[in-house]
Ligand binder design. Structure first.
Ligand code: ZN
Length: 279
């Protein structure tokens, strides 16, 4: 019943996809929340990061350890299925809350990265932007005795790994080469920051021109994503959700499937591909 309704919605086309951390868990990047919707990890807020050199040391040490693992994550069947839906001409847009770049590496393009990307780093004081690989190289040179390969710990969706104070002590942070400030931050929307208004508007516009909002792997607990589900419901645009666990938008949802993303999306692509076996 639910499955047939989902297939019908997607086969109709004009689908706006909104993806979250749950789409990347099969790539080895765990989400922020458990199936109960409760937050399991507390990310550093932007004000904490900017408040003290000590916080920046902690952030960048964790991030330095996490980055190679994060960068090594590969797109999964879910990302590839989203790219297939785009190639089939069934999507109006792909909005992601993820900062891992896996949609693009899975073959999709024109991704709206709602929370930015870990590929870039910005200087808060002068606005200069750097490739993350460049900053990673600076950090490597500044910390020749910091053996990140030897440090174990769970990678988190924002690309860092929890470390002890002892492990963080002595880590040297990098400075902006233009203004010498050490207030560098990843070019992502950190907790405590807002998404830029024009980008939010672009998302609302994309949802408005769609005949379905398909939410993938997001609990929508954070307002930055939830508002699009609420907007769609208000505009009487059906909201379909495939995720594991509760969502904040259950009341706004037309169809909800709690099943693994990779396998489910692969089946969905097969069902909506022209010439596919009758469903
Ligand atoms: Zn600067």
């Amino acid at each position: 019943m639910k499955w047939a309704a989902l297939v019908d919605l997607v086969a109709e086309g004009r689908v706006c996809i909104l993806s979250g951390a749950g789409l990347s868990t099969e790539s080895g990047i765990p989400g922020y929340r458990g199936a109960d919707g409760e937050r399991r990890v507390t990310p550093m807020t932007v004000s904490e990061l900017l408040a003290s050199p000590h916080a920046r040391q902690r952030y960048w040490a964790r991030s330095f350890v996490g980055y190679p693992r994060f960068a090594a994550a590969e797109p999964n069947d879910g990302h590839r299925a989203v790219a297939d839906l785009q190639r089939l001409g069934l999507t109006t847009g792909i909005i992601t809350q993820n900062v891992d770049g896996l949609h693009q590496r899975g073959g999709a393009d024109e991704i709206i990265e709602l929370h930015g990307s870990l590929d870039a780093v910005v200087c808060v004081d002068c606005g200069e932007s750097y490739a993350r690989t460049t900053v990673d190289e600076w950090l490597r040179q500044a910390n020749p005795r910091f053996d990140r390969e030897a440090m174990t710990g769970q990678i988190r969706p924002d690309g860092d790994v929890l470390l002890t104070d002892e492990q963080v002590a002595g880590f040297a942070t990098a400075r902006c080469v233009v203004c010498r400030s050490d207030r560098l931050k990843p070019d992502v929307v950190m907790f405590g920051e807002s998404v830029a208004k024009p980008l939010v508007q672009k998302c609302f516009d994309t949802v408005a021109e769609s005949s379905c909002l398909l939410v993938l792997g997001s609990s929508l607990m954070v307002m930055s994503g939830f508002r699009f589900a609420r907007f769609a419901a208000r505009e009487r645009i059906p909201v379909a959700v495939i995720t594991q666990g509760v969502t904040r938008a259950d009341a706004e949802t037309t169809v909800k499937l709690e099943s693994p993303l990779g396998a489910t999306l692969t089946q969905l692509v097969a069902a909506v591909t022209p010439g596919a076996a009758p469903r």
